[in-house]
Design a protein around this ligand. Sequence first.
Ligand SMILES: O=C(O)C(=O)C[C@H](O)[C@@H](O)CO
Length: 259
Amino acid sequence: MLQERKNILKVLLNENRSAIGLWCSLAEALTTEVIAGSGVDWLLIDAEHSPNDLRSVVLQLQVAAAFPCEPVVRLPSDDPHQMKQFMDGGARSLMIPNVRSADQARAVVSAMRYAPFGGIRGFSVGHRANQFGRIKDYHRDARGAQFLAAQIECEKGVANAAEIAATDGVDSLFVGPGDLSTNLGAMGNPNAEHVQEAIASVLEAARTAGKPAGILAPQKADADRYLADGFTMVAVGSDLGLLARGADNLVASFRSEVA
Ligand SMILES: O=C(O)C(=O)C[C@H](O)[C@@H](O)CO
């Protein structure tokens, strides 16, 4: 009988250990399979800013299942109906964008849980998440392996970060540096001083609540700094960035030689 495997991301973060991740934005099972085999602790399947849908996400969850990494699915919003569909499809670690208040965080957690455990998640006897009815205690035990990263991406989210982090069921705060810098008037410049101050305050809010904090940092110098500061859930690159920038630089290297 296949046993429900441990959520390695949750294990690492609960032990205050760094969990290195990669972002999967290409909405393609083959590239996600390449990323999953890289030795990464977790990977993000992005259904917010990528041409992903429920079926393409399920395909990526299926290929990632062969590797010892935790796939985290970022949904386009906090819509509970969408959360139900993706969770029934096997997404047990979620990232929800632009969480701005503890009330919103509580609503997200409620959408992840069944009624006996304080939630509103719709019940279905068999789906991919419980291996089509083969995991007999899934509905009772599901929340033990669940993971929720609440994204902090605007001034209101930063202001409420401590309450969001303290919300039962929120496992991590996760800074979206692109949206946060944009919403703080520094589009494209997450290293602006006031944005860095906001990012530091999110880290402190998580720390105060005894929760980990994460961030996307595709530049190694930034990732190293955030890890040194105490962020433990750090995405250090993406399939899109590795492929696009790698291809650009490779072609350019021959152009410069030929020119
Ligand atoms: O705001 C951000 O930055 C993120 O949440 C990550 C981006 O959405 C990701 O797609 C990389 O651009």
